[in-house]
Design a protein around this ligand. Structure first.
Ligand SMILES: O=C(CO)[C@@H](O)[C@H](O)COP(=O)(O)O
Length: 217
């Protein structure tokens, strides 16, 4: 398998964003994870379209944009134009999820669907074949630096089973509280992509930390 690592820019030094993006460019990270928060769907506000555009201007890695916002369908084109390669919307924020996923794909982006920790994976059964990635939140969305929720391991295994049963090619992404303490077990359980924010950016040597996460399997 090819373990995919997506450092979360939310944990970077926002006053030196260009430097942080260029630092990630020099590592073997696979994507740059960009967290968009609206203060409504989640109790925090992070960044929006202009900052995503600015990150994209310097990034040499695809942008994995995670929309933690209500009505994401109203902003898909803006985020695509700002440089998103992956656009992930929340199951909990999309009453017409199938339509939203189709719209993401029609724009030429990879379509992701995220599930909050309380949402069971079977909710995605009838859309799994249409999506490129499922993001399992392993913390309650809204903040970096939170404690990993252990129940995520069960969810990864159930989701993997469902992906096989439905003939889907969706990748499984884990987001929140990822560190060396759980990375190997997550990949072993069936995860394909690990998002890591604080564990990468608070480390002495972020490039080395990314390399260690990638080499863990
Ligand atoms: O979406 C989120 C938080 O809502 C995440 O992407 C965090 O940015 C991950 O940060 P760490 O938990 O790894 O610090």
């Amino acid at each position: 398998m090819n373990p995919i690592i997506a450092p979360s820019i939310l944990a970077a030094d926002f006053a030196n964003l260009q430097r942080e993006v260029e630092m990630i460019n020099q590592t073997n990270a696979d994507y740059i994870h960009v967290d968009i928060m609206d203060g409504v769907f989640v109790p925090n506000i992070s960044m929006g379209i202009p900052v995503t555009e600015a990150i994209h201007k310097h990034a040499k890695k695809p942008l994995d944009v995670h929309l933690m916002i209500m009505h994401p369908e109203n902003y898909l084109k803006q985020f695509k134009d700002a440089g998103a390669a992956y656009l992930t919307v929340h199951y909990e924020a999309c009453p017409h999820l199938h339509r939203t996923v189709e719209e993401i794909k029609a724009l030429g982006c990879k379509a992701g669907v995220a599930l909050n920790p309380h949402s069971p994976v079977y909710l995605l059964k009838d859309i799994l074949k249409e999506v490129d990635m499922v993001c399992l939140m392993s913390v309650n969305p809204g903040f970096g630096g939170q404690k990993f929720i252990e129940n995520t391991f069960k969810k990864v295994k159930s989701l993997k089973k469902l992906i096989v049963e439905t003939g889907s090619n969706a990748k499984i992404e884990i987001d929140g509280g990822v560190s060396m303490d759980n990375a190997k077990a997550l990949f072993d359980a069936g995860a394909d992509v690990l998002v890591a924010g604080n564990f990468v950016f608070s480390s002495q040597n972020p490039a080395e930390t990314i390399k260690n996460l990638k080499n863990i399997v």
